[in-house]
Design a protein around this ligand. Structure first.
Ligand code: AMP
Length: 609
């Protein structure tokens, strides 16, 4: 069986309107690094990505940020940043959502620094530098801990003296929120399900590692605690350890607190057990050559992860999805197999081929590695914490997100003719009638066998198709390019508004007619039903902007007229010139990104014609 790669399914939620494309600069400032990525939403395209390392003092962070902005400026992106989003590791008890930064919020985050002395001060330095360089754009904070604020007290509480825990805010907070949030959503989407209907154990296995139990959409348990030290075995962190063992070692080795901190955070985990290093690839190689401690490190790592799967299944009263992500979770088939071994009693059955082959397919989306018997779906997902943060920021700032809106199919209208009964007779003879050739997408409309020639002062276009049924007025719709061929000047008009439009001569097999008016370039428009209008938050005769998705050349159409009628089918109509401008493939779609604001301009345009 081949690994299964899921297509992203669009959730048909009501659209958020009055929104547009947003470029969001995601910033992650660590103790000695600055990582930046500029992402465009809702397309989710990565526009620019850069990391700066070895930033040992505040000045070097400032220099790195200046260099980043200079590079963005040179690439023409600096004035295309709509918002910055900052990763803040600890949000304490107060922050359970992303938040827009201002001085008061920053002061509240500063007060949380004692809970994460290695992280929050650095994160805030990044905020300070970015806010002073880009004061005009909104800055948003996303917290690693926020996702887990839904944990019940029984899961958050350490069995320590309550008044001490309360005084110092000592409880289990959990981290890796943006990653667990992102991968659990991706899994649900890939399964065509809602996160609210699933119990998911998410395993983020990288240099830092944590497990999270998401019960019907909410985090109810996670393996990291007050700090990111608790839980799974990590690259250099011990994860769960008897605090008594730490006290014993500190006493025997006469360690200071900071030496104890280093021993547990920097010298333990895979590196500590193996004595080789924290890179799983090296350990797998050494283990295969018989290195005992390397093999032991792998086994301890897998055993711990397996224990957490069992524990979290018990906590949630069952499990529907187990999800792997992070450098190890995404790439090590053997580690996944070790972890999942002997879980058949839970209803977990691994598809060995899919597990082995999945890594190269991850760019296409989540891959299922459980077999068809497996009651529990096991899914590998490439995490994208930056995108997760950018989505959170965009959502907070009210921008539209990919998948939130039903895309609008786009139809390209070639030049065509609508005739009255009288014109049909003049062109095709006394007993002529229209011969339907094929139905068009709008109900009741059809293309006909019959064609006419258009004759203008400069040239002619032969064989232009007639569309039925017959209408009370003649209307000939051409593109701007056609105008030049014919040598006419046709106004851009809404269908039916032909008064004082351009004249044209029509030629049929049985006669010619000279129309004094009727020739127009059709105003681009969207047909929709009342339910669609409700979902998009628009009404008949509104004007909207539509982003074309799927074209080779990106384009946003402004001044798109909305036409609402019970009998319509959702479809946007543009002419051949407009389609060529966007290099549209045959089946393309648009996203409605903004509403209104153009009526005044339109009214004045209408007056001109
Ligand atoms: P992260 O912190 O998510 O970047 O993950 C880093 C970890 O992923 C390191 O321990 C790497 O050894 C591990 N990793 C990356 N690629 C592979 C691979 N192809 N096979 C096994 N482990 C890998």
């Amino acid at each position: 069986m081949q690994p299964k790669s899921y297509c992203r399914k669009l959730a048909l939620r009501p659209a958020i309107v009055d929104k547009r494309t947003m470029n969001i600069l995601v910033l992650n400032t660590g103790s000695s690094s600055l990582k930046a990525e500029l992402l465009e939403l809702p397309s989710e395209k990565s526009i620019f990505k850069k990391s700066f390392e070895r930033l040992m003092d505040p000045q070097s962070l400032q220099d790195a940020f200046d260099a980043l902005l200079k590079e963005l400026r040179e690439l023409g992106f600096s004035n295309r940043i709509d918002a910055c989003v900052h990763r803040i590791v600890h949000g304490g008890k107060e922050f359970s959502q992303p938040v827009k930064l201002n001085d008061a919020i920053i002061a509240r985050i500063e007060r949380l620094c004692p809970l994460a002395p290695l992280h929050n001060p650095n994160n805030l330095r990044g905020v300070e530098v970015a806010r002073s360089a880009l004061p005009e754009v909104p800055h948003v904070a996303v917290f690693d801990t926020a996702l887990h604020r839904t944990m019940p007290r029984r899961a958050k509480t350490y069995a320590l003296r309550s008044e001490l825990s309360d005084k110092h805010g000592v409880e289990r907070y959990g981290f890796h929120g943006p990653s667990h949030d992102y991968v659990s959503r991706e899994c649900a989407l890939a399964l065509g399900s809602n996160r609210e209907d699933l119990r998911i154990v998410s395993l983020h296995l990288g240099n830092g590692a944590s497990a999270c139990a998401l019960e019907y959409g909410a985090s109810v348990e996670t393996s990291m605690g007050l700090t990111p030290l608790e839980g799974l075995v990590m690259g250099t962190r011990s994860g769960d350890v008897d605090v008594g063992a730490a006290i014993h070692l500190a006493r025997e080795e006469k360690w200071s607190l900071s030496q104890l901190d280093d021993a547990l955070n920097k010298e333990s985990g895979l590196k500590g057990i193996s004595g080789i290093g924290n890179d799983l690839r090296d350990l797998e190689e050494h283990a295969a050559e018989g290195h005992d401690k390397a093999g032991l490190a792998l086994n301890v790592f897998a055993h711990r992860a397996k224990k957490y799967i069992g524990a979290y299944t018990a906590v949630m009263g069952g499990v529907d999805v187990i999800c792997f992500t992070g450098g190890i979770g995404e790439n090590s088939a053997s580690m996944r197999q070790r972890i999942l071994g002997r879980l058949d009693f839970l209803g977990v059955h691994l598809d060995f081929d899919a597990n082995r082959g999945c890594s190269e397919n991850l760019n296409e989306g989540p891959v299922e590695i459980s077999d068809s018997r497996s009651r529990v779906k096991v899914i590998v997902v490439r995490t994208h914490e930056n995108l997760s943060m950018a989505r959170s920021a965009a959502s907070l700032l009210g921008a539209s997100l990919k998948g939130e809106q039903k895309p609008i199919p786009i139809a390209v209208s070639a030049r065509h003719v609508h005739l009255t009964q009288e014109s049909l007779v003049k062109l095709f003879g006394e007993n002529a009638s229209l011969t339907p050739l094929k139905e068009l997408s709008q109900p009741g409309q059809f293309a006909c066998e019959e064609k006419v020639n258009l004759i203008g002062p400069r040239g002619r276009i032969d064989g232009v198709r007639i569309l039925g049924p017959l209408r009370p007025g003649n209307q000939i719709e051409i593109s701007r390019t056609d105008e030049f061929k014919l040598g006419v000047d046709a106004p851009v008009r809404h269908s039916g508004h032909v008064k004082a439009s351009a004249p044209i001569v029509l030629e049929g097999p049985k006669g010619r007619i000279e129309l004094r008016e009727g020739l127009i370039c059709a105003w681009r428009h969207i047909h929709m039903q009342p339910e669609d209008a409700l979902a998009y938050g628009v009404k008949d005769k509104d004007y909207v902007e539509v982003d074309i998705i799927g074209g080779d050349r990106e384009l946003t159409f402004k001044d798109v007229l909305v036409r609402v009628k019970d009998s319509y089918r959702l479809e946007m109509h543009i002419d051949t010139d407009e389609a060529n401008a966007a290099d549209l493939p045959r089946l393309s779609e648009g996203l409605l990104v903004r509403q209104g604001g153009r009526h005044a301009k339109l009214k004045s345009l209408r007056r001109q014609h």
